[in-house]
Design a protein around this ligand. Structure first.
Ligand code: FES
Ligand code: FE2
Length: 392
């Protein structure tokens, strides 16, 4: 992030009124409880946001060398992303063209090897073309289709990879990031090292999990024995089109207001800048390293969560390794033991049907922005579908 932007953001802290209203929204928002627990809403949301929108699938460094691959669930569409020999990326539906068996699982590397279906060994190049059908005895000679893998659009920009799961759709990274990428300089996204990654499944609606990261109002209560010692319960908040960017603040950020000249003020390392990449992810620059969270809804009430931590470079010593391991352990412990259990309890309450709405206060602008955006996207999709139904 540019030095002048950092100074301007720190300046906002000094201008705060006694209630530290650095980033209040203009008005609060009431969101119907059903947004979290209504299965019809979820079905439309998954279609509108996850199947018909491009989404973040990882950092370039997670799939850096020729033959490296990622597999993802994009709103129920199985996607395979493969790094090509010329270092470009290609994305496919992760399904064999014979009888649709998944070709690869997890993330990994094929190296120079072709992709072989585990079912009957149909063999594909990393470019998706069908190379061979071993032992087929001429049994497909009358199939005119060349049976290459089904292609999907993939784009790589500023060290981030986005895929569109819909056939024929294209990804526009400029549209998705909307200028947020101008802050990425200095974050080291393109040279980061994937230190560790954890995949977990939670019996919780995906938006409740995302909400965990969208306001620090709860920090002084839920995290009183952990990160409250380090972080303030306030945030700076800005938006770049659809991208919400809440900034979590370490207590040390305020010290420099008195101790340094304004020209020496810095946001980092006193802050964590989070970029909410709707619908499914969060990229967080912590001042010295990067974390990403991806949320893959399985159904209305369960979500696959993938948490990754990236060190600035590969640890060069056991001590460095232990340092990043400690960071990762704390990150997971705070989220898994302090944040997510409350979301599960909230979900149970919302499912009771006794609660009409939840309220996002003016001090929770990221919640207001993200849920406002999600609701608008689903409503627009419903209107479009309604129009199409009428024309039929
Ligand atoms: S399903 Fe892949 S070879 Fe048969
Ligand atoms: Fe939290």
């Amino acid at each position: 992030m540019d030095r002048h932007i950092q100074i301007k953001l720190v300046e906002r802290l000094r201008e705060a009124d006694p209630r530290l209203r650095w980033s209040h929204a203009d008005r609060s928002m009431a969101n119907p409880a059903g947004r979290y627990v209504d299965e019809d809403w979820f079905r439309d949301e998954r279609q509108a946001l996850f199947r018909e929108c491009a989404q973040f699938v990882g950092l370039s460094v997670e799939c850096a060398r020729p033959g490296d691959y990622l597999t993802r669930d994009c709103g129920g569409v199985p996607i395979l992303i493969v790094r090509q020999p010329d270092l470009s990326l290609r994305a496919f539906v992760n399904a064999c063209r014979h009888r649709a068996a998944p070709l690869l699982k997890g993330d990994g590397s094929q190296g120079r090897r072709p992709i072989v279906c585990p079912y009957h060994a149909w063999t594909y190049g990393t470019d998706g073309s069908l190379l061979a059908r071993p032992h087929d005895e001429g049994g497909f000679d009358d199939v005119a289709d060349p049976c290459g893998l089904l292609v999907r659009s993939v784009v790589e920009a500023h060290g981030l990879i986005f895929v569109h799961p819909l056939e024929g759709a294209t990804v526009d990274a400029a549209d998705l990031l909307h200028g947020a990428e101008r802050e990425f300089a200095g974050y080291g996204i393109e040279s980061a090292h994937l230190f560790d990654r954890r995949e977990t499944v939670w019996p919780i609606n995906w938006k409740l999990l995302l909400d965990t990261f969208l306001e620090p109002y709860h920090v002084r209560f839920v995290h009183r024995n952990s990160i409250d010692r380090t972080f303030l319960s306030h945030q700076l908040f800005d938006v770049f089109g659809p991208v919400a960017r809440p900034i979590g603040l370490r207590r040390s950020v305020l010290d420099q207001l008195e101790s340094c000249r304004p020209s020496d003020w810095r946001l980092f390392p006193h802050a964590a800048a989070q970029y909410v990449l709707l619908p499914n992810a969060l990229l967080s620059y912590q001042g010295d390293h990067i974390e990403t969270w991806r949320f893959e809804p399985i159904d209305c009430f369960s979500t696959r969560v993938v948490t990754s931590i990236f060190s600035p470079s590969e640890p060069a010593s056991e001590e460095e390794r232990a340092h990043w391991q400690r960071n990762f352990d704390i990150l997971l412990q705070v989220a898994f033991e302090e944040d997510f259990p409350i979301q599960k309890d909230i979900q149970d309450n919302l499912r009771s049907g006794a609660i009409g709405h939840v309220h996002y206060g003016r001090l929770e602008p990221a919640l207001i922005h993200c849920h406002g955006t999600i609701n608008a996207m689903v409503e627009a999709w419903r209107d479009k579908r309604g129009g199409e139904d009428e024309r039929r």
